[in-house]
Write a protein that binds this ligand. Structure first.
Ligand SMILES: C[S@@+](CC[C@H](N)C(=O)[O-])C[C@H]1O[C@@H](n2cnc3c(N)ncnc32)[C@H](O)[C@@H]1O
Length: 315
């Protein structure tokens, strides 16, 4: 990668167009179809500037990233004598573990080259962290106190999200791990950077331990915001090892099978009923049901009257 390549990347970064900040709902709309006016169409993401992106806050340095010689298939790498980083896939080219500020690293990566991004950034927790690591008691630390408050945190994060959007393929997705400290603010910024419509879901990662409060319900989950770059994204929900096997209770419940898969009858107590869900019920039938019920009620009433008359006759 030479200077021209890096300049091209910068051009592609600043030329990225913000998604349309469409009105999800305006208070003046006659028909309220969705929620409210999110994201705010009048403001771009924090720190973003027209034709500049985040360049004016984090200037481009244009230093090429040196590739280690072990970025080779595992065996060739071993022969070359480098340290090889393989994440459980010895047949694939060695992975790369890059140490550095991710903004600088991202700015050396070609556009639309990445399938999936997961980030676990500082959470805006207002604390600095020192962790004693490994046998050598190495101290690893990172800082999570932001002098300019949440604004400076979001500008810092947005500049990186902006580059992440650029490097993602059109079919790619991004997962952002955060928690109550900033998740709602990050969601709003992401709606502006990736587009409200590209928000897919919020994975809630619950944990059992942590604080016990007598003043509020415990904060016992992290949020993982999941966005895709476009509407045509890869989602391997049925890949091997993703889904938990069905429980015995479920297997016992869903015994019937057709070309769409296993199903169960929900018409309680009706043997062999073709009704499997609400969509199998024709609205016309409801009317018939009502008429049927009415007829049955009338019949019951007549029977009661007849019974009364019968009793009278006996007397
Ligand atoms: C919440 S911790 C995540 C820790 C890690 N996921 C783990 O489970 O051990 C945030 C991490 O982001 C790193 N970090 C902070 N700023 C960064 C930056 N600009 N580029 C890359 N990493 C950064 C910190 O060093 C820290 O390790």
């Amino acid at each position: 990668m030479d200077y021209q390549d890096l300049q091209k990347i910068q051009k592609e970064s600043t030329e990225q167009v913000l998604p349309q900040q469409k009105k999800v709902l305006s208070a003046t709309d006659k028909i309220r179809r969705k929620t409210s006016n999110l994201p705010d169409p009048t403001h771009p993401p924090m720190g973003w500037k027209d034709n500049k992106g985040y360049d004016h806050i984090f200037p481009w340095i244009h230093l090429p990233r040196l590739h280690p010689r072990n970025h080779l298939p595992a065996e060739a790498s071993a022969q070359a004598g480098g340290d090889t980083v393989i994440f459980n896939a010895p047949d694939k080219p060695a992975n790369q573990l890059i140490l550095g500020d991710n903004l600088e690293v991202l700015r050396t990566m070609p556009s639309e080259s990445i399938d999936l991004i997961y980030i676990d950034p500082p959470f805006f927790s207002g604390r600095n962290y020192n962790v004693i690591w490994g046998d050598t008691n190495e101290v690893r630390s990172f800082y999570d106190i932001w002098e300019g408050g949440i604004d400076s945190y979001l500008v810092w994060l947005n500049a990186r999200l902006w580059e992440m959007r650029r490097v993602l393929k059109k079919t790619g997705s991004i997962y952002i791990h955060c928690d109550w400290h900033a998740s709602h603010y990050i969601k709003t910024e992401m709606d502006k950077i990736f587009g409200y419509d590209n928000f897919r879901s919020n994975i809630v990662w619950c944990y059992k331990t942590r604080e016990f409060s007598k003043r509020y319900w415990n904060r016992k989950h992290d949020d993982i915001l999941f966005y895709s770059k476009t509407d045509k994204y890869t989602f391997n929900w049925d890949a091997k090892g993703i889904l938990e096997p069905y429980s015995e209770v479920t297997i016992n419940k869903y015994k019937l099978k057709d070309e769409k898969g296993f199903y169960r009858l929900v018409g309680r107590g009706i043997k062999g009923s073709p009704i499997r869900s609400a969509k199998d019920v024709n609205l016309k039938w409801e009317k018939t049901q009502k008429a049927f019920k009415l007829k049955a009620e009338r019949k019951e009433l007549i029977n009661e009257v007849l019974k009364e008359i019968d009793n009278h006759l006996k007397i």
